[in-house]
Design a binder for this molecule. Structure first.
Ligand code: NAD
Length: 452
């Protein structure tokens, strides 16, 4: 980009002030153009995702491109309803008045995205920002450079930079962006960087959405359908090589079913990726050497039940379950974000609940159990961003559910209308009648000065 960041943001603010982006037709046309741009670039996106993460085509479509296209269709279908001002009741004491709530765009938004789903997590928030009528600057992750430069080229070639622009770069660029006068920030990434983003936003008093990470537990109770649980946990944990923010981070399994569950998971992993997953074209690689080394070091922290193979050249680590892991091991302290699953066992459900309660509120939580009182107890007792009963990840794949964290796993949510809301201010308007005037509200009233 040949202009400074402050100039870029200034131009976006002027464009926003022109009122163009608030026009519904303009929003729909932009979403349509985004759809055509992504559809036209599908092969390039597959290639870039393969270069950066070895993502197989089917997975890349299901978890990245297809998700964004679906989000665009959903927003286009519902936008007219979302933008409508909503009438609400007026107080009796305000007889004659009308009250309504008007969603208005925040203005100029900054979107900072991570590397693990670099297409999905850049464009899904952008869809919401456009639908809500904002201009936006997008900063993709520097750790997936092929996707980042492709996104930058696509946006540059198809959109007016006063409306949508991409700025590439790492932490310094992000920090500089956060100093610009944006009206809102939407950040997806780690909890530690999320805190810095929140601090920067607080200095400007602007709203933030923080989509962060953490250690998401997966509880498997004694009565669970183990075959199904094994398959769905293996799917949730090993998709994208475990580099999924909502992947089960660790397993809490009832001790009576532990061995059987682990054996069934081993079989499912073999069914998904064959006997040598590190050589499977269906199995993605670790994003860089730093993360590969970090993950590899976890393998020494417990007893390998299955997996454990690594290939430094391919940068792959096989789907692995680790048993007998000390609670003070690094793998139990840090968010794993890779294909290694520590397994802890419990006897009473309350032990598992207590364990989770003692940790920061997770982004996701999964419970596998047939007994509905068990399911309900887990949902009632524990706070988490979102999750599934008898499944993993799927709560994220529907626009009808808000997706976001709580506490250390994030603030705010998006997807579907929740995304529209994340980029909107809800303005209150009370329209007063001029046909008459209620005297009692004024200090001169004999019946007393009472507004409420
Ligand atoms: P990260 O926090 O290192 O980086 C995220 C983005 O922030 C990148 O674009 C990066 O360039 C930028 N950044 C780096 N330093 C910064 C700074 N000092 N100030 C401002 N921005 C800065 O995260 P990551 O490694 O890209 O992604 C992995 C993390 O993201 C995991 O913790 C994962 O759980 C989380 N995540 C969360 C979600 C979610 O939806 N909740 C989705 C995917 C990933």
């Amino acid at each position: 980009m040949d202009i400074s960041l402050s100039e870029l943001v200034e131009r976006q603010k002027q464009y926003y002030d022109s009122g163009m982006t608030k026009d519904i037709r303009h929003r729909l046309d932009t979403l349509q153009k985004l759809r055509e741009t992504l559809q036209g670039a599908e092969d390039q996106l597959f290639e870039a995702l393969h270069r950066d993460l070895s993502k197989p085509k089917a997975e890349a479509y299901a978890t990245e491109i297809g998700v964004v296209l679906h989000e665009i269709s959903f927003a286009m279908k519902h936008l007219k309803k979302w933008v409508k001002a909503r009438k609400v009741k007026s107080m009796t004491a305000m007889l004659g008045s009308k009250s309504y709530i008007v969603p208005e765009p925040y203005g100029t938004a900054l979107i900072i995205s991570p590397w693990n789903y670099p297409v999905n997590l850049t464009f899904t928030p952008l869809v919401a920002a456009i639908a809500a009528g904002n201009t936006a600057v997008v900063k993709p992750s520097e750790l997936t450079p092929s996707v980042s430069s492709l996104i930058s080229a696509l946006v540059r070639d198809h959109f007016d930079p006063r409306h949508i622009a991409v700025v590439e770069g790492g932490p310094e660029t992000s920090t500089e962006l956060l100093e610009q006068p944006f009206d809102t920030v939407f950040f997806t990434g780690s909890t530690s960087i999320g805190k810095k983003v929140a601090e920067a936003a607080a200095r400007r008093l602007i709203p933030v959405t923080l989509e962060l990470g953490g250690k998401s537990p997966c509880i498997v109770h004694r009565d669970a359908d183990l075959k199904l649980a094994a398959r769905r946990i293996a799917f949730g944990k090993f998709t994208n090589g475990g580099q999924t923010c909502v992947a089960p981070d660790y397993l809490l399994v009832h001790r009576e079913v532990k061995q059987e569950l682990l054996e069934k998971m081993r079989q499912e992993v073999e069914r998904f990726y064959g006997k040598a997953p590190v050589r499977s074209p269906l199995y993605p690689k670790i994003v860089n050497d730093r993360h590969y080394d970090r993950l590899k070091s976890y393998l020494d922290e417990g007893e390998i039940v299955f997996g454990g193979e690594t290939d430094a050249l391919l940068r792959k680590i096989a789907p692995t379950a680790l048993d007998n892991v000390p609670l003070d091991a690094q793998v139990m302290k840090e968010e794993i974000f890779g294909p290694i699953l520590p397994v802890l066992e419990y006897g009473e459900l309350d032990e598992a609940i207590r364990f989770v309660l003692d940790k920061p509120k997770p982004l996701a939580l999964y419970v596998f159990a047939k007994d509905e009182t068990v399911q309900q107890r887990v949902v009632d007792r524990l706070s988490f961003g979102g999750g599934c009963i008898n499944d993993t990840l799927m709560h994220v794949a529907t626009p009808y559910l808000p997706f976001g964290g709580v506490g250390e796993s994030g603030t705010g949510s998006y997807h579907g209308e929740f995304g529209f809301r994340a980029f909107s201010h809800y303005k209150s308007v009370l329209k007063q009648t001029t046909a008459f005037d209620m005297p009692f509200r004024y200090p001169s009233s004999k019946s007393g000065y009472r507004l409420m």
